[in-house]
Design a protein around this ligand. Structure first.
Ligand code: ADP
Ligand code: DP6
Ligand code: CO
Length: 353
């Protein structure tokens, strides 16, 4: 009998904000990075992608993706790579057990929603592709581990490989030309450092002018500062892993701010220059500098992805010194808070200058 059933699986995925940034591809086709990176996965109670994957022999031909209600082009090599790899894993299962329905042959329908700004430097591609890969893997009842799935998510968007894990996650640059070892590894779970908090300052929810993909490829092609960044980042990675393991916030914070500044310096050194930070972002940097000067040590650390929105890391014991100062300077506080597999984040919008 023909299988006309609609098969479906839904999942959510968290965003992750890197403290040692991925910026640069050594192989754009396989999405292999020029350096290892390390991120903190934020609580899904705050920022998350929700994705449903369905497939059916009764669907019209062709795969589709609806993102925040808008049809997306799925013909791009990155989305195609994810679909292809997941289908081939499913086809293997179907070969082993002929009773399984031939889901690998059915059109895929993906429906996804981000509950936070898309393409604004808050890692929507990370949560987005992690959710897409996990939803299809669940739909296909694959037995692959999160590490195996990270190799597939990486091909959708590099930063997505890190969103398959909670806590502190490294994306290993890998040595192999095939990309087989360029995967995500958990350095420590969120519970390792329960004091860690993140405050998200939504400076702008507008779509960025230069996508991360285009931006980093232009930087690699034109910036003379870029090779110096790559040469110094491995040392910083090692120090960052040690800081996380030892829960040494001063080192964690110093390295986080240095790496963010190093990344944005290479953006400015790109031709034509890329400006992800704006005046409000710079005001946030000054606020953090002021908080740390007053404390006499590093109790707050800012970092910015490819956009103007600030993420401020701090420890719970310093919440009033850090979040308190920001809140007193910010308007329209949304107060998102909660604990999940990642650290707690709260988001705010706007700044009173
Ligand atoms: P961001 O800083 O938000 O990660 P990027 O420029 O890296 O911005 O990527 C944004 C792109 O990622 C979007 O234009 C879209 O193609 C893709 N994306 C974002 N969210 C999703 C999602 N939920 N599912 C699939 N793709 C997504
Ligand atoms: C600044 O992962 O979005 O956020 O692989 O081209 O999709 P693509 O790029 P993406 O780049 C993220 C850049 C970053 C730093 C980071 O997350 O490590
Ligand atoms: Co992105």
């Amino acid at each position: 009998m023909a299988d006309t059933k609609i098969h479906r699986a839904s999942t959510t995925a968290p965003v992750n904000i890197a403290v040692i940034k991925y910026w640069g591809k050594r192989d754009p086709k396989l999405n292999l990075p020029t350096n290892s990176s390390l991120s903190v996965t934020l609580s899904q109670a705050d920022l998350r992608t929700h994705t449903t994957a369905s497939c059916s022999a009764s669907f019209p031909a062709g795969d589709s993706l609806l993102l925040n209600g808008q049809p997306q082009d799925v013909s791009g090599a990155r989305t195609q790579a994810c679909f292809r790899e997941l289908r081939s894993l499913r086809a293997k299962l179907e070969k082993q057990d002929s009773r399984l329905p031939a889901l690998s042959k059915y059109p895929l329908r993906i429906v996804s929603e981000n509950n936070f700004p898309t393409a604004a430097g808050l890692a929507s591609s990370a949560a987005g592709f992690a959710a897409l890969v996990r939803a299809i893997a669940d739909l296909y009842q694959l037995r692959e581990s999160p590490m195996d799935l990270s190799l597939i998510a990486r091909q959708g968007s590099g930063s997505a490989c890190r969103s398959l894990f909670g806590g502190y996650v490294m994306w290993d640059v890998g040595l192999e030309a095939s990309g087989a070892d360029s995967k995500a590894v958990q350095v420590a779970p969120a519970e390792h450092w329960p004091e860690m908090q993140a405050l998200i300052l939504v400076v702008s929810s507008a779509k960025k002018g230069v996508s991360s993909t285009t931006g980093m490829q232009t930087t690699v092609a034109t910036s003379s500062l870029f090779p110096a960044r790559v040469a110094s980042v491995q040392q910083r990675m090692e120090e960052m892993i040690a800081a996380v393991k030892e829960r040494d916030f001063e080192s964690f914070g110093r390295l986080t701010m240095r790496d963010s500044n190093s990344f944005h310096a290479t953006c400015l050194d790109t031709e034509p220059p890329i400006f992800y930070l704006n005046d409000v972002s710079r005001a946030a940097i000054r606020v953090v500098e002021g908080i740390n000067a007053k404390a006499g040590k590093i109790v707050a650390a800012y970092t910015f992805d490819a956009g103007p929105n600030a993420v401020i890391y701090f420890e719970e014991k310093n919440a009033s010194a850090v979040a308190g100062v920001f809140k007193s300077r910010l308007s329209h506080l949304e107060g998102w808070a909660g604990k999940g597999e990642g650290v707690t984040a709260s988001a705010t919008e706007g700044i009173d200058e």
